[in-house]
Ligand binder design. Structure first.
Ligand code: NAD
Ligand code: DAU
Length: 352
């Protein structure tokens, strides 16, 4: 596979920025990256600070909205785009419950626009890789795992919009012969995650001695994957995955939310000491549950392991320590993110 001009959408977000750094550091990618991001509240150019200087000939930023088809076609033509890795999305479930409209536009219409632009530039086009989520499969009971053949059953406006975009990508492969791959991944954590998501929210609140909101009974289960392992899985699929196929990505790391919150409290107590004299676990506050809250996610990634040889390499114990340290050491990033947009409307919305 020889990609010359790779469009990465949503490259200023959490996973997209990690992916751009990962890929530019690899010897088996020699092309250029064109990062297309409209910079919503979740898009932060600080996430890629220094990258333009480090890779002046290989990295370009285009501030553009994927909902604008004209702009997408223009960027495809001007940069000779021959592959897309599509991260851009509204990504936060709570926001989709409060205000679903943006999720429909960006996640569905935006994906449709990119597919149309790729279809119009089909000659020499190498790959459209679509980043999706395990949430499209709905909720598991106490047993079982999501496989690539689990029927779609999304429960939130976020996951329904992602499910719709997955179907569109697959359909463009089947109907127009567009070379596509799709990956459905479990919960990511790591550096540069916007602090509305569980792990960075809890780390920063616990550091500041603020309440730690846990939805419902705290026993919902997610399957956690360190973000760099996700980046590695994406590149593995882009390089060697069969065209037209979907691959599940997971961490083999099922954990109840309350266990994670307690773990973060204990690690912070150990690193920072008891600043208020009491253990941070005392800050845990059970709040009203998220409507339609999926009980359990767990991924079977046998296909990715057996076909392409991918395995996660970071353990949760080491990954969470690295992540906590990163948030402690990057207080300027945290301050800027919080001052720009971040506010606690989500936890306030559900009350205590
Ligand atoms: P994020 O919210 O951190 O970043 C999203 C990025 O997309 C931001 O930079 C934002 O500015 C950009 N964006 C949003 N709307 C746009 C638009 N209309 N045009 C151009 N850019 C736009 O998201 P993330 O957590 O990094 O997730 C990235 C992708 O991975 C999403 O597609 C998400 O569904 C998927 N995913 C996320 C996880 C996770 O745990 N975070 C797990 C599985 C899959
Ligand atoms: O599974 C993949 C998905 O993981 C991605 O597709 C989404 O983009 C990503 O946001 C994430 O979705 P979740 O809803 O699982 O992540 P979140 O961090 O919002 O919540 C994780 C769990 O923690 C979930 O069960 C809800 C709970 N939670 C969350 C927050 C923000 C709390 O108990 N308290 C909180 O304050």
């Amino acid at each position: 596979m020889n990609i010359q001009n790779l469009m990465v959408t949503g490259g200023c977000g959490f996973i997209g920025s990690n992916f751009i750094r990962y890929l530019l550091g690899r010897a088996d990618f020699t092309g250029r990256i064109i990062n297309v991001d409209t910079l919503t509240y979740a898009g932060n150019p600080d996430n890629l600070k220094g990258i333009e200087n480090d890779y002046p000939d290989r990295y370009l930023f285009e501030r553009a909205d994927i909902c604008d088809l004209g702009r997408m076609e223009e960027i495809f033509s001007r940069h000779g785009i021959d592959a897309v890795c599509h991260f851009a999305a509204e990504s936060h479930v709570d926001r989709s419950i409060k205000d679903p409209g943006a999720f429909i536009y960006t996640n569905i219409v935006g994906t449709f626009n990119l597919l149309e632009a790729a279809r119009a530039h089909a000659e020499g086009f190498v790959l459209f890789h679509h980043i999706s989520t395990d949430e499209v499969y709905g909720s598991l009971g106490p047993e079982g795992l999501f496989t690539e053949t689990t029927p779609y059953s999304p429960n939130s406006p976020y996951s329904a919009a992602k499910a719709s975009s997955d179907h569109l990508v697959r359909a463009y492969g089947a109907t127009y012969g567009l070379p596509i791959t799709v990956s459905n991944c479990s919960n990511n954590y790591g550096n540069y995650q916007f602090p509305e998501k569980l792990i960075p929210l809890i780390v920063l609140n616990a550091k500041e001695g603020e309440k730690l909101p846990v939805y419902g009974d705290g026993r919902n289960v997610r399957d956690w994957l360190y973000v760099e392992d996700h980046c590695d899985a994406i590149w593995t699929i882009m390089r060697s995955g069969r065209r037209g196929e979907t691959y599940n990505i997971g961490g083999n790391m099922e954990m109840e939310n309350i266990t994670i919150v307690e773990m973060i409290c204990d690690i912070l107590d150990e690193i920072e000491g008891l600043s208020t004299g009491a253990p941070r676990r005392d800050l845990i506050t059970f709040v009203k549950d998220r409507p339609g809250h999926d009980r359990r996610y767990a991924i079977d990634f046998t296909k990715l392991r057996e076909e392409l040889g991918w395995m996660p390499s970071e353990s949760f114990e080491s990954g969470i320590r690295k992540t906590i340290s990163w948030y402690l050491e990057n207080s300027e990033w945290v301050r800027r993110v919080k001052n720009n947009e971040y506010h606690s409307w989500i936890s306030k919305q559900y009350g205590e």
